[in-house]
Design a protein around this ligand. Structure first.
Ligand SMILES: *Cc1c(COP(=O)(O)O)cnc(C)c1O
Length: 340
């Protein structure tokens, strides 16, 4: 029995401080030894680089309980590699893959009681992040950084059932060509909040961002990649240098290929969205969230799979990925990492 007092079934997606988190500091040109702490607060100098010029990158992944009681994470090495790429783009010293993986395992192990039971469909959401602690006033990279990794228990994304969402084509841009759209940085989210609130005020669940150079191609939403299924059963996913390389999307593409499906990774025109049989958003939070309707300035683009349920092809991909994550289906070697 769990020793913590949590009502697992009423968990949503919000922050709750738990017992232990991992901290490591970078000073004098090198990373110090990291370790666990029970202190959930960060004390920073008023001139810290994160507060002035926004040097910060992050990751998101989940630890789950399997039916037979094991604790697993899904492809944490991919998160480690992506955080290295993100850090380099913002002139930050990357945390090694080894330190990242060790931080994940240590935090999961130290907070074992906070991992939601298998039956609840919940998970321990893990948030690794790296930010500039050193002071900067002239514009330049800071000389000191902190890497932290905390966890917070979250409920099943589809607790109240799977409901296709309605999204709108945004008048704002998420990322510029040759900008920072392909890295996981807080700065990409800060500027997406205004269009996000606007979309909500107008009754939409999310924004569909277009490529900012021509505004004709589909990029992604604020925090999830697009998947489309053609009427003849091909999986199509937008390709662009300013889309964040979602680990969920890359895994689903591999699964689709293994299932014998044809996969096209190519630019997708807004114009062709109405021709698809299915549409979904993918990311760690939901795996796949179906989209039933896209509204382009009053013009409704109805996706054939409708507003009642996820289409059959995306459902099959969803079930396969969830099955692999929970060790009920054997996936490619190395995808599931057991925390012992
Ligand atoms: C994190 C993120 C995603 C989803 O990536 P996953 O690795 O699948 O969780 C998609 N788009 C953006 C902008 C993101 O930040």
């Amino acid at each position: 029995m769990s020793k913590v007092n949590v009502d697992w079934n009423s968990l949503g997606f919000s922050y709750q401080p738990i017992s232990q988190r991992y901290v490591a500091n970078y000073e004098n040109g090198k990373w110090g030894k990291g370790g666990l702490t029970d202190d959930a607060n960060v004390v920073l100098n008023e001139c810290a680089g994160i507060l002035q010029y926004c040097q910060e990158v992050f990751e998101g992944l989940k630890a789950y309980k399997t039916k037979d009681g094991r604790t697993v994470t899904f492809r944490p090495d991919m998160n480690a590699k992506r955080m290295i790429d993100s850090a380099k783009r913002l002139e930050m010293p990357p945390v090694s893959e080894e330190m990242f993986m060790e931080a994940v395992d240590e935090v999961v192990r130290a907070n074992a009681d906070w991992i939601p039971p298998f039956e609840t469909g919940g998970a321990l959401y893990l948030r690794p992040y790296l930010f500039a602690t050193g002071s900067v006033i002239g514009v330049k990279p800071a000389d000191a950084y902190q890497f932290r990794l905390f966890g917070t228990p979250v409920g099943s994304y589809f607790k109240n059932g799977v409901k296709p969402i309605t999204i709108c084509v945004s008048d704002y841009d998420r990322a510029a060509p040759h900008g920072t759209g392909h890295i996981k940085a807080g700065l990409n989210y800060a500027m997406s909040l205004y269009p996000y609130i606007l979309a909500h005020e107008n009754g939409f669940d999310e924004n569909m961002f277009l490529d900012s150079a021509t505004r004709t191609y589909v990029e992604e939403t604020g925090g999830a990649n697009f998947l489309f299924v053609t009427k003849d059963g091909k999986l199509v996913t937008p390709k662009s240098g300013s889309i964040l390389p979602s680990i969920t999307r890359r895994s689903l593409v591999d699964i689709a290929k293994n299932l014998g499906m044809t996969v096209e990774e190519r630019p997708v025109k807004l114009e062709e969205v109405g021709t698809f049989a299915e549409c979904g958003l993918c990311g760690t939070a939901a795996v796949i969230c179906p989209v039933g309707k896209v509204v382009d300035h009053g013009k409704e683009i109805n996706i054939a799979s409708g507003m009642e349920k996820m289409g059959p092809v995306l459902q099959k991909l969803y079930d396969t990925l969830r099955g692999i994550q929970l060790c009920e289906i054997e996936g490619p070697a190395g995808w599931v990492h057991e925390v012992k």
